[in-house]
Write a protein that binds this ligand. Structure first.
Ligand SMILES: [Mn+2]
Length: 322
């Protein structure tokens, strides 16, 4: 990674198997396919923020997950891209790893199966110990870094949380003890990787819940972790993306300690994960915090942020696949 600062980066968040949108976006960014893979313009590289896999049910393009993985890994192998782990790569590795106390590190219940089905449909040999899925793709996902600090920019799938990142620094899922530790939230490694890859979840006031878009009752909401919540701030003001289903009630005082206010003078940090509405403006959350997931997995655009070395995120550097 010593040479990482020589490059400018085209930063791309959650693809979720939408290879069609990826190809369109790379073309608009000036990447050319040389017969082996996509090649960036001189001096540039792609930086993928994770969640390459697991299409949303109803939004699957057959073959799209395999084609996305192949395109991104080829770029990665040739030094044309950096790739971070998303929560879906983490849960895929857990799903396919036998546990020490349980059958699998991630339970194969109907809900988890449904989340992962669109990926496995592209890899019908996923149970074959000699097949591509278990010999190439799961080992590759295990090697992905959990976060990157490139000096001029920082990147992580969901939350830049300094204490958790310190615990996870230098670790990968290739380390079997670490891998097993990450699968249980009772372990510090499990707590840390979940917060970093899935976001900070703030509890609603005692006993309350809200119904999410799937109709599931949830006692916690995803929050604007980069904010420093003022006293008496309302849950509804801190939920991200904005959601009127969250009550206009004060955040519990202990929940306020879960935020990790991002310093105003820190390098820009880029995250994905949060499914901003498809019609959300192409703008950062703050001058140095940008969530680049604009719901490409559903009906939104796949977005790139073209970083050219600037210390303040520039709205003119956003580009969409169409
Ligand atoms: Mn995600």
């Amino acid at each position: 990674m010593k040479d990482a600062t020589r490059f400018h980066y085209d930063i791309i968040a959650d693809i979720h198997g939408r290879h069609d949108k990826l190809v369109a976006l790379l073309a608009r960014l000036g990447y050319e396919h040389d017969g082996t893979g996509f090649v960036p313009p001189a001096g540039r590289r792609a930086l993928f923020l994770g969640d390459l896999i697991d299409p949303k049910p109803g939004n699957r393009t057959p073959g799209g997950v395999r084609a996305t993985l192949e395109a991104v890994k080829t770029m990665h192998d040739r030094g044309h891209a950096l790739v971070l782990m998303g929560n879906h790569e983490l849960i895929a590795v857990h799903y396919h790893t036998p546990g020490r106390k349980t059958k699998w590190l991630r339970h194969h219940g109907s809900r988890n199966k449904k989340t992962h089905k669109g990926t496995l449909d592209d890899f019908p040999d996923h149970r074959d110990p000699a097949g591509d899925w278990l010999t190439i793709w799961v080992p590759w996902m295990k090697r992905l870094p959990i976060f990157l600090d490139l000096g001029g920019i920082r990147a992580v799938h969901a939350t830049w949380h300094p204490e958790h990142l310190a615990l996870l620094a230098g670790r990968t899922l290739e380390d079997d003890d670490f891998l097993h530790a990450t699968a249980d939230k009772a372990n510090p490694e499990g707590t840390a990787i979940e917060a970093v890859l899935k976001g900070i979840e703030i509890p609603l006031p005692a006993g309350m819940h809200f119904l999410d878009h799937t109709g599931t009752a949830r006692p916690n909401f995803r929050a604007r972790w980069w904010e420093a919540p003022a006293a008496e701030v309302l849950c509804r003001d801190l939920v991200f993306p904005a959601n009127d289903a969250i009550p206009a009630l004060p955040v519990a005082p202990e929940a306020a300690t879960m935020f990790r206010p991002y310093p105003a003078d820190a390098p820009p940090v880029f995250v994905g994960h949060y499914f901003k509405p498809a019609d959300a403006p192409l703008l950062p959350e703050r001058h140095n915090v940008a969530v680049l997931d604009h719901s490409a997995a559903k009906d939104g655009p796949l977005v790139a942020y073209r970083w050219n070395g600037e210390a303040t995120i520039n709205p003119h550097h956003y580009l969409t696949h169409a």
